[in-house]
Design a protein around this ligand. Structure first.
Ligand code: ADP
Ligand code: TZD
Ligand code: MG
Length: 587
């Protein structure tokens, strides 16, 4: 190495154009594989990496905090089926990005966190380098795969490996550690070019075996009350036509999980969202498509699911290990959602799998009844405005502009928006995902705007927004068509909580009353307004869609309208002791 280094250093003085370096090889490797956008926060040792990437015509979106850059990268992964890339500085920046990497892995979204790091020889001897941390070891439990680069000549293969790890099989987060000095290593430009690797077929399509498909058909033949549940893995697969064909050919009612809403329009006649309790309880055969039977579905057990053992499951998932995770799977179909859906649809030909009419009628009747009940609540003119009235306006706005990408987080703001606001197109709803994480909203909104160029409407609880609110500056800086509606009920779940002790501190769940979140947007040159009625909200959203400008609408919501923890209050631990001590405690 020593001899070569001297030679290259000599050449660097006289003919630098014949050389390349770690910075440029990394950029070239990403671009060669179709990655054109990076979400980052600059600093040592990656500031110049971002500059050079921009100079090489990559889109480099700089955030105010790495967590949101990371969330943006993960959402880009969900929307595009290519890993979203986030770049961070060492130790604290890396750790800020790690939450997003873990969240991406939990959601099965492909993402690569590239982080600068300190020199290994100093880290390994714990000699106290600038922002020292053994990042590779730290990252491993939080992602699907983690790699470290030591030599610039390995960048090509490492980036290829990272991309393949992120998108193949069950997608997830990948960590790529780049010690600062590696970026500065130089090598012959031609050799460097040759060292790059273009990933061929990064996520090879997996199809189920014919006998597995036949087993699934057998389950359907004996089903009286079949149901299809669509999850965000199905939405991710981008095989929208195959999923639609499965649903429509079978004629079965379908239930979309929150981010699968829009895969088929929520207004589709077979959509059973408004009869959710009924279909979960009474179905006797359930086809799960890219949806885990996890806490979001009560683990497939309990009252919600009716008689124990009363159901047989067919599960379509790219991850074989997912089968039998919570309940017995009668017919596992391991493969990509589209490939499995196609195989299952084709195998239905000539088989008696049609759903009994009585079941379809029962579901339809229930759904229509529930929708009618809801419709009247959405048109109320209560003062102060409640969630239902405000969401009625949002529902109409999305129906009139179905290309809008809806981002949604909060507790009541999330649960009510999910059930009230219809989504009409695949991958047009992004929310808190499997963890129910707060603070994903601005990263998601920015990624949605950058990756699709579409109008984004982010419906945010005031607490949820607080986790990521500083990114309104990022939205203004890049002049993105993002309209944020903050459902401002003065707090977490409700704005009327009280201190249960004798002190003067506010309750743990309340914020400054009647805060003006709209002024935050104005501070950076965007449009902001406060609204207190459904009509004002409607006008403000229309104006934002019309202008396409960064907008924040501070929507005052009745502080007493929300429920503790929204729809999942039952998950709060409780004790008889606590209930005896605090009469205010909810049982
Ligand atoms: P939801 O929260 O919408 O119910 P989950 O995140 O629980 O969905 O489940 C997504 C499932 O989809 C995961 O088990 C994952 O392995 C699977 N998955 C991811 N991508 C694909 C794909 N392309 N085809 C089939 N399954 C997939
Ligand atoms: N921290 C993180 C990262 N994720 C979380 N889910 C929470 C904390 C706990 N949490 C929820 O689960 S919802 C929520 C918190 C803090 C905020 C709810 O308040 P909101 O919505 O203002 O966003 P509503 O409309 O007032 O219910
Ligand atoms: Mg709130």
């Amino acid at each position: 190495m020593g001899y070569e280094d001297t030679q290259l250093s000599e050449r660097a003085k006289t003919a630098p154009e014949t050389l390349t370096d770690g910075f440029h090889l990394l950029i070239d490797a990403l671009k060669l594989n179709g990655i054109e956008t990076v979400y980052n926060v600059p600093g040592i040792p990656i500031t110049d990496l971002g500059r050079y990437a921009q100079a090489q015509d990559m889109r480099v979106i700089s955030f105010r905090h790495e967590q949101h850059a990371g969330y943006a990268a993960s959402v880009a992964g969900f929307l595009t089926k290519m890993p979203g890339v986030c770049m961070t500085v060492s130790a604290p920046g890396f750790m800020n990005g790690l939450t997003a990497l873990a969240n991406a892995t939990t959601n099965c979204w492909p993402m690569i966190l590239i982080s600068g790091s300190s020199e290994r020889e100093i880290v390994d001897l714990a000699q106290g380098d600038y922002e020292e941390m053994d990042q590779l070891a730290m990252a491993k439990p939080f992602c699907k795969a983690a790699y470290r680069l030591t030599y610039a000549q390995d960048i090509g293969i490492a980036v290829a490996r990272a991309i393949r790890s992120a998108v193949s099989g069950r997608p997830g987060g990948v960590y790529l550690d780049i010690p600062g000095a590696m970026l500065g290593q130089i090598m012959d430009a031609e050799e460097g070019q040759k060292s790059l690797v273009k990933v061929i077929d990064p996520a090879p399509r997996q199809s189920p075996a014919p006998d597995a498909v036949a087993r699934a058909i057998d389950v359907l033949k004996s089903a009286e009350r079949p149901l299809i549940v669509l999850g965000k893995g199905a939405a991710y697969d981008q095989s929208d036509d195959a999923i639609r064909a499965l649903v429509e050919k079978s004629g079965y009612p379908f239930l979309p999980m929150s981010m699968a809403k829009g895969l088929l329009p929520d207004t589709h006649p077979q959509c059973a969202s408004a009869a959710r309790s009924l279909v979960l309880k009474d179905a006797d055969a359930v086809i799960m498509v890219g949806a885990r039977i996890n806490w979001l579905l009560s683990h497939g057990k309990g009252k919600q699911w009716g008689e124990p053992g009363g159901k047989r499951f067919i599960q379509i998932d790219v991850e074989a290990e997912e089968m039998d995770s919570n309940v017995e799977i009668a017919a596992p179909l391991v493969g990509h959602a589209g490939a499995c859906a196609e195989a299952l649809t084709a195998a239905m030909d000539g088989e008696d799998i049609a759903p009994p009419k009585a079941w379809l009628e029962q579901v339809r009747e229930k759904a229509e009844g529930n929708m009618a009940k809801m419709a009247s609540r959405l048109k109320n003119n209560n003062n102060p405005m409640d969630y239902h009235a405000a969401l009625g306006v949002i529902k109409d706005a999305i129906t009139d502009a179905p290309d809008t990408i809806l981002v949604n987080e909060g507790a009541n703001t999330l649960d009510l928006c999910r059930s009230i606001v219809n989504v009409h197109k695949p991958r047009h709803r992004i929310d808190v995902g499997t963890w129910g994480v707060m603070g994903i909203g601005m990263g998601a909104a920015i990624a949605a705007a950058i990756e699709t160029g579409k109008q984004v409407l982010a419906v945010e609880g005031d607490s949820a927004f607080g986790f990521c609110g500083m990114e309104v500056e990022t939205i203004c800086r890049y002049n993105l068509p993002v309209c944020i509606v903050v459902f401002n009920n003065n707090g977490i779940y409700r704005g009327d909580g009280e201190n249960w002790g004798t002190g003067d501190d506010p309750a743990t769940t309340v914020f400054v009353k009647d805060a003006r979140y709209d002024l935050m947007m104005q501070a950076f040159g965007g449009d902001g307004s406060t609204v207190t009625s459904p009509d004002e909200l409607k006008q403000a959203i229309l104006a934002a869609f019309e202008s396409g400008r960064p907008t924040l609408i501070n929507a005052a919501i009745d502080p007493a309208a929300g429920k503790e923890s929204g729809n999942i209050g039952n998950l709060n631990p409780s004790s008889v002791v606590a209930q005896a001590r605090y009469p205010q405690a909810q049982s």
